[in-house]
Each structure stands twice: as C-alpha cells, then as structure tokens.
Design a protein around this ligand. Structure first.
Ligand SMILES: [Zn+2]
Length: 511
C-alpha cells in the first residue's frame, strides 16, 4: 500500500435495526450480509458497485476529493434489519473494533457508518455504548462523526460521545451518499479546529413507520424547516423518527441540532423544531387498507383493463424492519379469490427456491411455502405452481431507488406461477427495493395489474418511474412490522408515548 499523508481517520461501522419482536440474530446474520475488516474495506470501496453502506462510500470519496487524508480502515459489520443481536456477539464485535483501533492509535478522528437502532439481548443502546467506548479510547480531542439512519433511536450517550451526528433526510432513504459527504465536510472542519455545540430533544412521539415518509406529510415538512436554517452557524440538523419496533427507552422522534460553537442558537432551533412537530402529532396516525379491501381491489383491476394498476405494500411483513418476508395472508387470499395479473415479491423461502432449482424451468409441482418456519406469522400455504424462471439472484439496484448502484445478492431465486399470481421466491431475506427485483427474473412489472411488495416504504423510490403515490395501498395484515401498534405489547418504551397513548403531554425543556 502506498504511503498516504494527512490526518488519520479511523473507519468503523455497526449497522443493525433491531425489531424486538423478531428472532434474535448473531454472527451468521452479519456474515450473510456484510462484514469487512482492514484492507478488505478499502478494496471494496475501490470497486464500481461497492457492497459497503452508501454513507461510508460517500464519506471516503468526499474525503479523497477534499485533500490528503489517511484512512485507517478498521471494521464494518452490517446486518440490515433483524431482531435483537446476541449480547455476547455484540461484545465480540465491539472488542474487535476497539482492539483494531488501539493497534492503530493515535488517530485524529473516527468516522462511523452506524444505523443507530440496534438492541442486544441485554441492553437497549449498544450504539451509544460503542460510541462511548471509542471516545474513552481516543480521548476528548479526537473528532468523532457518525452518520445515522433516519430510524435511529437516538440516546443521550450517542449525542454526548460524538461531535456531529448526521442522519438521513429522506424516507425512502436515497441520500446515503450525500449524508456521507456531509459527514466528511464536518470532519474536515473539525480537523481544522472547529468546536461544536449540540442541542438534543426527544419527543414522546413514536410515529408508526408508514407515517414517517418525507416526500409529503408532517415529517418531511419539519425536516425541510430544519434544512432551511442551515447557515454559517448551524452546521447540521438531524431529525430521527425512531424505529417503532425497537421498543426501547430511547424511542421517540429525536431532534439533534449541531452549531459551530453557539449553544444558544442550537437550543432555540432545536426547541422550535420539536414544538412544531409536536403540534402536528395527530397527522402521524396511519390509515391502512384492510386485507379484504386489498383483495377486492386486486380482483377488480385484474378484470378491468381501464382501471390503473395498483401496488399493495405488505407493510406488516417488511424485511427492512426485521420481518421474515414470508407471511401468506395476501398470497393465499389473492390466489383463492382468483385474482389475475398479480406479481408478488420478494418472498423469502430458501427451501422452496432450492426445490424449484432442482426441478428446473417449465416443471409443475405442489409448491409448499414456509415448510421450515415455526413462527405464527409464517403460516404454511400450498398451491400448484409452474417454475417460470431461475436465477442465482444477483442484481444491481436500479437508478433512483434506495439501493441504486449497489450489488444485492438474493441467493438462488425462482419465479413461480400460481394461476394468476406470479411469486418471486428468494433465498436471502431482503425487502423488495425496486422493480428490478422482478424484472431481473423475467417478471414484467409494466404488464402487471397488481404488484404486491414485501416492503414498507423504500419501494416507493424504486417504483416511482411506474407508479404514483395514489396507486399505492398499505395493507393492514398481521406481521412483525405492522403499523397497527395496537397489535403489539410494548414493554420498553417510556410511557406515555403518542399515538399509542392518546393523552400524552409534553413540555419543551426550560432552556
Ligand atoms: Zn431506516
């Protein structure tokens, strides 16, 4: 490796969004998604379509452009959305990160690509614990900057341990790269001697995931107000809506305003934004479409070509929120109702995909969905199916979508035709991000009358070239990521919290 000059910036990242109601995960979940260490990180970042998180890619490329620096690649561990992580495995990852950091000391700064909504089987704030441990090691003078997912459950420890937190501004998330770039700009200012002041407020407002969209609605509006206030004093405004199913004391919409050395400005703006959102809280209550109505609409558009096609979002079974991506309420309901022109994906069932691969294209068989899963949500379903297409399951995210330009591996994949319903069955549990999740496997999205997606909201970016928001129904089905919060028994939240507790009150801080 050639010798680099410039400040030494350590690169770390732990990305897990924990749904407390989903199965616990450990090493295999991370190994199946992405673990990179040391020189392998730089090798991945040098590729055209890196597997690394877009924030890390954006950070590294912006740092390269802004002048000499010495990247100190340590470790990233990414699992996307799943359940809580085994505490022992989290400790193992944290210890390895700290060991690698210690071996490279001293460093001038640390950049994290972090999700911010992990929980372990024992603690509710592993992200904050990691930040605090790194701060203890590098000391108060090193710069610490982290990017965060918009769904982070932000803790005091996360805010206190870092100099700048930079959260996504978009949901669907399409600004990973830009926020990585913004983090790099902050890092360069910190390297030049900037001291920051941060104000932080967490509201007792945990919006269900479907009302956290940013293109329209109350959440996007308050984010826009915050961005309009950026100037020579206000360095960053981040507003995290929180991950509903994390069920932690850190849940609640979080406002983080970072100023260049002016605590009063940071506090005034932070309070103004929090008060604005609180005043709009009744607009965060979701409106879902019943399962019966979804099926009725699908049958209707299948039989009448003059009607516009629809997307049914199976928001309660979103792998992007830790669901299994294999509930069968919509699949069996649409099949039994005789709906036609339906495509459904992507359905997570490795055993079924393997069986289809063994049989080959053109074969007809009794497809048994969910033969291996015991969860009450993963109900078995059986129907005669024809194997239409087979694939190794590699694709690159389409332009405009949440995974644009990134390599996605779905594992052995099969398109199965069940009467009027064609299902894309995959071996890796991933949400349906864009139309390529069908088109790659020979399933025509433009010809479909109804598209059922296992996704809560990110699909909106990846299907926006074909569907407008008024063609989208959000289904009220059972599932591990249902926006119908009354379906869950929350035990970790600080109560009361809106809208779960309708009479929740809040007073702004006495600053
Ligand atoms: Zn998110």
């Amino acid at each position: 490796m050639t010798e680099r000059s410039g400040k030494r910036i350590a690169l770390l990242g732990f990305e897990l969004e924990s749904n407390r109601f989903a199965p616990v995960v450990g090493h295999s979940e991370f190994a199946g998604k992405l673990i990179l260490k040391g020189a392998d990180m730089m090798a991945d970042l040098a590729t055209e379509n890196p597997r690394s998180p877009g924030t890390l890619v954006g950070f590294a490329r912006a740092m390269d452009e802004m002048g000499p620096w010495t990247p100190v690649p340590l470790m990233v561990a990414v699992a996307g959305a799943a359940g809580a992580v085994e505490h022992a495995y989290y400790e193992e990852v944290k210890d390895e990160m700290l060991r690698r950091l210690e071996a490279e000391m001293p460093v001038d700064g640390v950049y994290f690509c972090e999700h911010g909504a992990a929980v372990t089987t024992e603690i509710s704030d592993p992200d904050g614990e990691l930040f605090a441990a790194v701060r203890a090691l590098v000391g108060p003078d090193a710069a610490m900057v982290s990017t965060l997912d918009l769904h982070a459950n932000v803790s005091d420890k996360m805010v206190e341990s870092t100099d700048v937190l930079v959260a996504y501004l978009t949901n669907p998330h399409v600004d990973h790269f830009e926020r990585g770039t913004e983090a790099a700009r902050a890092m360069v200012e910190l390297m030049a001697g900037l001291k920051t002041e941060t104000a932080f407020i967490r509201l007792p407002l945990q919006a269900p995931q479907v009302t956290q969209l940013t293109a329209t609605g109350p959440y996007g509006e308050v984010i826009d107000i915050g961005q309009d206030r950026l100037d020579e004093t206000i360095l960053n405004v981040s507003i995290c809506s929180g991950f509903t199913y994390g069920d932690t004391p850190e849940n609640g919409m979080a406002f983080i305003v970072t100023a260049r050395g002016d605590e009063g400005r940071a506090r005034r703006l932070c309070r103004e934004l929090a008060e604005h959102a609180w005043g709009q809280r009744h607009r965060f209550v979701p409106r879902l479409t019943s399962l019966d109505e979804c099926i009725r609409r699908a049958v209707e558009v299948g039989n009448d070509e003059t009607l516009s096609p629809i997307i049914i979002a199976d928001v309660a079974d979103n792998p992007g929120a830790g669901s299994r991506g294999n509930t069968t309420w919509l699949l069996s309901g649409l099949h039994e109702a005789g709906a036609v022109g339906v495509i459904l994906g992507v359905f997570f069932d490795a055993a079924l995909a393997a069986e289809a691969h063994a049989l080959g294209v053109g074969k007809t068989f009794a497809a048994r969905f969910n033969r291996d899963e015991a969860s009450p949500y993963s109900k078995p379903f059986e129907a005669e199916a024809k194997v239409c297409a087979l694939s190794s399951g590699d694709l690159v995210g389409r332009p405009g979508g949440s995974v644009a330009g990134r390599t996605i591996q779905l594992g052995p994949t099969a398109a199965l035709e069940l009467g009027g319903v064609t299902v894309v069955v995959v071996s890796n549990r991933v949400q349906c991000f864009d139309s390529g999740f069908f088109e790659t496997f020979g399933v025509d999205v433009e010809a479909a009358r109804t598209v059922v997606v296992k996704s809560r909201g990110h699909f909106r970016a990846g299907f926006a070239h074909l569907f407008t928001p008024d063609q989208i129904l959000e289904a009220d089905t059972p599932g591990l990521s249902s926006p119908n919060l009354a379906n869950f028994t929350f035990s970790g939240y600080r109560r009361p919290i809106f809208p779960l507790d309708a009479e929740t009150a809040w007073q702004p801080p006495d600053w």
